[in-house]
Write a protein that binds this ligand. Structure first.
Ligand code: PLP
Length: 369
């Protein structure tokens, strides 16, 4: 039995620095702790990341997705097109409002939803498309928006992993009817927990504000049935600090990825689509040989590694057909990706020595049998 490596490089490293701690303490001392001035300021400042769209802060990325689908009036009998190769939250949000996810395959290069598969999955019940900007790579939004316009569908971008990613210069979260971000600790920026909905539609923004707070704009003058999905001011204050660092951290992630691209030959490095600015929430390679052996080797070498996601959503228990089988889906690229991917550390806290070790380790792991 080998013990843990003495200089293990973690796959992710959430940052909670002195500035975050001071911001949290400042809010606690102020006494205004929920949906107050820090939340309003965070919403205002986050708008700069999404071409000035309205921003509505909530308590998680999953809440952002769920509340958006609710605000758009979707529910039982409605179908939402989602990739199966994503975190379960994407499909969970659809089910939480009573609608049905329709799973489609991904493009093998970007790991994001395949626009042709999206077009083929539209039925008279389809109400929305939910592209996921997986690993920080923007989905093919130009093509997806064209399909949505042709069929009169809403587009809800799952941008939980892609703060600051762009396609042909337009930021994710600024294409669709709405964009949904997460501020979970391992994301490119965090607020402990938190989420943001971005939209160009002021009416949708207002509905989201009502829904996150019991249907109230004026206290006790409830207009509709709503939930409690408010963000705390502690979270918002931490998010504001992180937002000031995001551009620098993103450049560091991109520089780390560039180095790994140029030095890893033993595993298949991630391609980037034309016009896409990848923000590398994950640096995800493919092992075309024995993945288990490659991961064991990486772990022995003290290099953090993980599979996002080993089981496509359509194979998870809540999404199986009634007879316990995976249903009618044919998703060969999804199945292949789930069997081949390994995410390597790419976070901004890596040193050059770490990066050298990751590249060397990946090349050794590629040959592992
Ligand atoms: C993290 C994540 C979510 C959910 O965000 P939470 O803040 O954890 O609720 C949704 N979709 C994707 C693709 C994610 O990675």
């Amino acid at each position: 039995m080998v013990g843990p490596h003495p200089e293990f490089i973690p796959p992710a490293r959430p940052i909670i620095g002195e500035a975050e701690i001071e911001a949290a303490v400042r809010v606690l001392r102020s006494g205004r702790v929920v949906q107050g001035p820090e939340v309003a300021a965070f919403e205002e400042e986050f708008g700069e990341l999404v071409a000035g769209r309205h921003c509505v802060a909530v308590n998680s990325g999953t809440s952002a997705l769920q509340l958006t689908l609710m605000a758009l009036g979707f529910g039982p009998g409605d179908e939402v097109i989602v990739p199966s190769f994503s975190f379960a939250a994407s499909a969970n949000a659809v089910r939480l409002v009573g609608a049905e996810p329709v799973f489609v395959d991904i493009e093998p290069g970007s790991f994001c939803v395949d626009p042709e598969a999206v077009a083929a999955a539209v039925t008279p019940r389809t109400v929305a498309i939910m592209p996921v900007h997986l690993y920080g790579h923007p989905a093919a939004m130009d093509k997806i928006m064209a399909i949505a316009e042709r069929h009169g569908l809403a587009v809800v971008e799952d941008a939980a992993q892609a703060h600051g990613a762009t396609l042909h210069g337009t930021p994710v979260g600024a294409f669709g009817t709405a964009g949904c971000f997460s501020f979970y600790p391992t994301k490119n920026m965090h607020a402990l927990e938190g989420g943001m909905v971005t939209t160009a539609d002021p009416e949708l923004a207002r509905t989201l504000r009502l829904l996150r707070n019991q249907g109230m704009e004026q206290r006790y003058a409830n207009e509709i049935v709503g939930a409690n999905m408010r963000m705390t001011d502690v979270a918002a204050a931490i998010g504001r600090v992180q937002l000031t660092q995001l551009a620098e951290w993103t450049e560091q992630r991109r520089a780390n990825a560039k180095f790994l691209d140029s030095t890893i030959t033993g595993l298949v490095t991630p391609p980037v689509a034309d016009g896409a600015r990848h923000v590398y929430h994950q640096y995800t390679v493919r092992a075309t040989g024995n993945r288990d052996a490659a991961m064991t080797r990486l772990t022995e070498l003290g290099i953090g590694n993980a599979v996002y996601y080993p089981t496509p959503i359509h194979r998870l228990k809540p999404y199986l057909a009634e007879d316990g089988t995976p249903g009618p889906w044919e998703l060969p690229e999804t199945e292949r990706a789930a069997a081949e991917v390994i995410s390597l550390p790419v976070h901004p806290s890596l040193s050059q020595a770490d990066l050298d070790r990751i590249a060397e380790g990946a090349n050794l792991a590629g040959g592992a049998r």
